[in-house]
Design a protein around this ligand. Structure first.
Ligand code: HEC
Length: 145
């Protein structure tokens, strides 16, 4: 019981007071935070590589991003295309094209995770380029400005 109360207090502290969001809104909210985490790892890696600082953290960011890439296909359920979402209807209208863009991203994220471990810029440079291209490839077709 004590543990349960603590759990509830913990959720309350995190601002989980309103349990009333509709499913689609929850899904869109979760998607936005997953994408922000992906963006966070990506810009951390860009800062590391551009300035040659915290090089030891590169592998962790690359792995974190690859882990998020693995769950990315799950954050676009039907019904999550709420008004304030930037996800375009094309995602659900052209599922085959969308899943190709997703596969390219997952593969590129895996590629970056392996390249990061080599500590070799001739591997890392192209891998991060390919990864960045896979973000743009999907955003161009499936995300509103
Ligand atoms: C397969 C498609 C796809 C790929 C690949 C993809 N994104 Fe996204 N991204 C989206 C969509 C769609 C949205 C809009 C989501 C929404 O608003 O509901 C988005 C939103 C974002 C956002 C904004 C989050 C917010 O709401 O503030 C960031 C940042 C982002 N993506 C970064 C990245 C980065 C960095 C990569 C590559 C490492 C990437 N994305 C790869 C589809 C993709």
């Amino acid at each position: 019981m004590k543990q349960f109360v603590n759990g509830v207090l913990f959720l309350a502290c995190l601002g989980f007071g309103q349990f009333a969001l509709a499913d689609g809104e929850v899904e869109a909210k979760y998607r936005a935070s997953v994408m922000k985490s992906i963006g966070g790892h990506m810009s951390s890696m860009a800062t590391i590589l551009k300035n040659q600082v915290h090089m030891d953290d590169l592998v962790m960011h690359a792995r974190g991003l690859a882990g998020l890439a693995d769950i990315a296909p799950e954050v676009f359920p039907e019904g999550s295309n709420i008004e304030k979402s930037k996800a375009l209807p094309a995602i659900w209208e052209n599922p085959v094209e969308f899943s190709k863009a997703m596969d390219r991203f997952i593969e590129a994220a895996e590629g970056m995770a392996s390249a990061a471990g080599t500590e070799d810029m001739s591997e890392i440079g192209p891998a991060i380029q390919t990864l960045g291209g896979s973000c743009k490839g999907c955003h161009d077709d499936f995300k509103a400005e």
